[in-house]
Design a protein around this ligand. Sequence first.
Ligand code: AMP
Length: 211
Amino acid sequence: MYIVMLGPPGAGKGTQAKKLAEKLNIPHISSGDILREAVKKGTPLGRQAESYMKEGKLVPDSIVLELLKNKIEEEKRGFILDGFPRNLQQAEELDRTLREKDKKLDLVLNLLVSEKAVVDRLSARLTCPKCGSVYRKGDASYERGVCESCGVRLYQREDDKPSVIKKRIKTYLESTHPLVDYYKKRGVLRDIPGEGSPEEVFEKIVDSLGL
Ligand code: AMP
């Protein structure tokens, strides 16, 4: 299956995409993780992307596509895309790439979360620098500050700081939210209430997919 996770920053796209990818046994492709890895390694594309990410802006399409296109083209069994597409141009590029392989997007899961919940979640979460897992306040791993799978120290993403959070939400509303209509018109959008625990939200996804 070819699936896209949509929703504002902090909606839980990464957490849900990871769980669903495991259940369906298809890869989880996170544009944010791939970009952060490129920044960490200091590659030429990573160096170009860094300042946009720090400011909560979208990284230019040319950079994102160069990092992602091979991964998308190579996948034969399907994938769950998390964080991509983030604007109409990227959505059209994804359509084109799938069409060239005689495939099409099966489903877009749109996680619905209020703006207040997004701000609360982003400002109280820690991320694993190795596997990208996210822990919220109250999780045992958050309190210990160590990833339960990798055993490495968790960190607060630079763009999870209050001044950048506002900008990321604005960027989402301006550039990414129009994709809700784009996919609704094509009949592939499914709204999923995204508030509640990760387990509760996952159950809603599983129910909605009839798994
Ligand atoms: P995320 O981990 O999905 O919240 O992404 C973190 C940051 O990476 C975003 O705020 C953007 O700066 C950048 N980013 C991730 N995916 C994309 C994309 N598809 N297009 C442009 N920028 C992106």
